[in-house]
Design a protein around this ligand. Structure first.
Ligand code: MG
Length: 364
């Protein structure tokens, strides 16, 4: 029998980033996380973390989580049923944005608890096997001075023997972007993959101009060159370029993924575990991407995403960052450019209590 769920415990933290983010959407030195524990019968605790970008958004999400949790308290753990019930109850608020983030945080913890109740790693509980997941190191190469990128790329490659990196582009001029690409390429192995991300910096016209100039650079993909919601413009852009176009970190739930896939406006999608609606939202989106014959990659949350990529067809690359590592006891290991899924029950994420206390976020 599945254990009953009893209590929800949430903490808000703000963790320093080892490499500051300098991107078209802003500069960040700290990263906010909501750390959650769903306490169940039989001393089973389901863990999750979400990073909702803006620290001041955390109290609203936490309060929504506690309100949603009241729908499930005392019930036997049933993550997919809870997800559907949660989505139904969110109809009045909207099935996206911070309301969906709150449901995602609960959903991830519910699945973690459910796999722990079965004494299995999450990917095994979902029908897969333990393994390694091919990844790229996404933890740097921001919009810094191109002259610094060679050394940075070397250290990103060395950590975990990566062969794939992601560079951020969309500098002031084409020449600066070309110089940045050249500096990173100098550091990379001959067959290494260089991915690129524009963080939505361009209008359609600017994107046509810039991406056409970069189209012969052999980049593995162009990620989010224009605003994430300009779905028709993605279709237009994709028709004009050779380099694959990818989007999806800003899909809010599987409904958004469906709309984009239906428009055939990308070469692959990369859902974000939080924005897509947690484990349940990811699994449903994985089924959609397979039906539309599109490759699927991940955005942030490398630990749970690694489990999910083991049970999702047509997977491409996992995005690796170590941003949450300060909060996690025994962070996941890297081997030959892969993330190694540990043989531990659930998602295998145990929080470091001292770190949570040290990085506690307080309002005001
Ligand atoms: Mg991105």
């Amino acid at each position: 029998m599945n254990p009953k769920i009893l209590e929800l415990r949430t903490r808000m933290v703000s963790v320093p980033l080892s490499t500051p983010i300098i991107s078209a959407v802003g500069e960040y030195r700290m990263w906010p996380y909501i750390v959650s524990e769903v306490i169940c019968e039989d001393e089973i605790i389901g863990n999750s973390y979400i990073g909702p970008y803006l620290d001041h958004s955390m109290p609203a999400i936490v309060s929504t989580m506690h309100a949603l949790f009241e729908n499930f308290k005392g019930m036997a753990l049933a993550p997919t049923e809870f997800f559907d019930e949660g989505m139904r109850s969110l109809s009045l608020l909207g099935r996206s944005g911070i309301a969906l983030y709150a449901l995602a945080a609960l959903d991830i913890a519910f699945w973690d608890a459910r796999a722990k109740a079965a004494k299995q790693p999450l990917c095994v509980h979902l029908g897969g096997t333990l393994g390694k997941v091919k990844a790229y190191n996404s933890g740097g190469l921001w919009l810094n001075d191109p002259g610094t990128l060679y050394n940075e790329a070397r250290s990103l490659l060395e950590r975990g023997n990566f062969e794939a990196l992601k560079i951020r582009l969309g500098r002031r001029t084409i020449e600066e972007d070309l110089e940045a690409i050249e500096e990173v390429r100098r550091a990379m192995p001959k067959n290494g993959l260089l991915l690129s991300d524009f963080n939505q910096v361009f209008s359609l016209t600017e994107a046509i101009h810039r991406l056409s100039a970069l189209d012969d650079q052999g980049l593995y993909w162009f990620e989010e060159p224009i605003k994430y919601y300009e779905l028709q413009n993605y279709a237009e852009l994709r028709g004009r370029l050779k380099t694959p176009i990818i989007l999806g970190e800003n899909f809010h739930g599987p409904d958004d993924a469906f709309r984009s896939l239906q428009m055939d406006n990308s070469d692959g999608i990369m859902p974000d575990l939080m924005r897509i609606g947690g484990v349940t939202g990811w699994l449903r989106t994985g089924a959609l991407s397979n039906a539309f014959q599109k490759a699927i990659s991940s955005h942030l949350y490398p630990e749970v995403s690694a489990h999910l990529m083991c049970v999702t067809p047509m997977v491409d690359l996992l995005e690796w960052t170590d941003w949450a590592n300060p909060l996690i006891k025994n962070p996941y290991e890297l081997e030959e450019g892969c993330v190694v899924i540990p043989d531990r029950p659930g998602a295998g994420i145990d929080f470091d209590e001292d770190a949570i206390l040290k990085y506690t976020f307080s309002e005001g």
